[in-house]
Design a binder for this molecule. Structure first.
Ligand SMILES: Nc1nc2c(c(=O)[nH]1)N[C@H]1C(S)=C(S)[C@@H](COP(=O)(O)OP(=O)(O)OC[C@H]3O[C@@H](n4cnc5c(N)ncnc54)[C@H](O)[C@@H]3O)O[C@H]1N2
Ligand code: MOO
Ligand SMILES: [Mg+2]
Length: 426
């Protein structure tokens, strides 16, 4: 048996990223663009608002006519027109004239200020309405100016950004009924293991249900990829080899789970060899996920994730996700990292960097990182409550509650450029 060379997390991620590439573009309707990734910069092709408009229901006047108005000296204006949002007055506001205007309507010619309805009183004399005011206004008072929200030509959203509800509002504002989005990379997924049952099968001795396939499909969707589930296979070399070889022709990336360690039925290393694939690494100095193996065949990446659920989960987030996000044009394809206070002691020392499944707790302006469940690579239940990975660099000491630790956010969309310094032994 060959001794495996241990790669640092940093070096492993770098090696994988050397083979990551950007994907293709497709055009979808604005409704379908929700949750996708923008394939070109979103540039304002007109100012917003496109015209000076009223932010209130009230009256458009000439500010200069209001100069002498006060409670002792209310001034009366002749109301010459009325406009709702969407209408444009053909009249020009002249001296001591006003136009009744509603929120969102274009400011009429001649006027340069708006008086809120509540600050006026109106009377009608011989069919003619007059309104009066008790204070002076300055030029520009209560006007929402053309371009005050954004100027024409402003880059509002960069290519590669996740399309959220606010971005949908922008797309609609600028007339994008069709949106150019990144095509989802098709990621093939094969689960290996003779012990695996289908989800709807009853438990029998020695067998467990295949949870990795569903978990990874969900992680793929969260990352923005299109999963192509190719089924689960027994630990049979020929069957697994043919499946991997055939899958490579159909997908942009291929994930297998299980069979990457040193067991008699761990066939992935031999499959990579027979395929003539270039194995980038097969051991990483991290826990869980130390057995995560990545190979490349003609530029296509094959991710051999561990069979152990927590190791599989972590291997995906650290190594597959940034490749998917690069496909989706993200310039910040890695998970976002910040610091938080460790919520409870973590006494177990380990020479490898630990990625402890945890949840972020917000309390009185502070961020806490709470480890969830049992910290073993074969556990599955802790994953449900996981929304962060708590990074505990390898070393001989454990960690105490209250210490500042790095955490990486799993449900954030902004992402990050490569955030991790090398985690050295503490
Ligand atoms: N002698 C050694 N043994 C092991 C080592 C080692 O270095 N030397 N590494 C251990 C570590 S660390 C891990 S992690 C596992 C990795 O195992 P494999 O990736 O080869 O995965 P399998 O052997 O196929 O399965 C491991 C474990 O996971 C369960 N499993 C597999 N597939 C699924 C699935 N789709 N859904 C749910 N659970 C799954 C499987 O039943 C096993 O219990 O190796 C250690 N051993
Ligand atoms: O690959 Mo294993 O998860 O380090 O436990
Ligand atoms: Mg194994």
């Amino acid at each position: 048996m060959q001794k495996r060379t241990i790669f640092s997390v940093q070096d492993a991620v770098k090696k994988v990223m050397d083979y990551s590439k950007t994907g293709e573009i497709e055009i979808v309707s604005i409704e379908e663009s929700d949750g996708r990734f923008l394939a070109e910069d979103l540039i304002a092709d007109h100012p917003v608002p496109p015209f000076d408009r009223s932010p209130y229901d009230g009256f458009a006047i000439r500010a200069e006519d209001s100069k002498l108005a006060s409670s002792e000296n209310p001034l009366q204006f002749e109301v010459i027109d009325e406009i709702g949002a969407g209408s444009v007055s053909e009249k020009k506001v002249g001296s001591r004239q006003a136009i009744r205007i509603m929120t969102g309507a274009q400011i009429p010619d001649g006027s340069d200020a708006v008086v809120m309805l509540e600050l006026t009183s109106s009377i009608t004399k011989n069919g003619q309405t007059f309104m009066s005011i008790k204070r002076a206004y300055k030029q520009g008072d209560n006007i929402s100016f053309k371009g005050e929200d954004t100027k024409k030509g402003t880059v509002l959203v960069k290519k590669g950004m996740f399309i959220n509800p606010g971005m949908i509002a922008l797309l609609a504002t600028f007339g994008y009924s069709k949106v150019s989005v990144a095509k989802k990379p098709v990621v093939g997924l094969i689960a290996t293991g003779s012990e695996l049952l289908e989800v709807d099968e009853r438990l029998v001795p020695g067998k467990i249900r295949n949870s990795n396939s569903y978990m990874i499909q969900s992680q793929l969707k969260r990352s923005g990829a299109e999963p192509l589930y190719l089924g689960k296979l027994s630990d049979d070399f020929d069957q697994c080899f043919s499946a991997v070889e055939a899958a490579l022709k159909k997908v942009d990336l291929l994930i297998t789970t299980g069979g990457v360690s040193v067991g008699d039925y761990d066939f992935l290393p031999a499959i990579y060899e027979k395929l003539g694939a270039n194995v980038l690494f097969n051991k990483i100095g991290m826990r869980p996920g130390s057995v995560t193996t990545v190979a490349e065949k003609n530029g296509k990446l094959l991710f051999g994730l561990s069979g152990n659920p927590s190791a599989c989960y972590v291997g995906f987030e650290l190594l597959v996700r940034p490749v998917v996000r690069t496909y989706l044009f993200s310039e910040q394809p890695h998970l976002f990292k910040t610091t938080a206070q460790l919520k409870s002691d973590f006494p177990k020392a380990n020479p490898f960097t630990r990625f402890v499944r945890g949840s972020l707790v917000f309390k009185e302006g502070n961020l806490f990182a709470a480890p969830v469940g049992l910290d073993k690579s074969n556990v599955v239940t802790s994953l449900a409550g996981t929304n962060i990975l708590i990074v505990l660099p390898g070393g001989t000491r454990g960690y105490q509650a209250g210490m500042n630790v790095d955490v990486i956010l799993l449900e954030d969309q902004a992402g990050s450029v490569w955030p991790w310094q090398e985690y050295s032994k503490s």
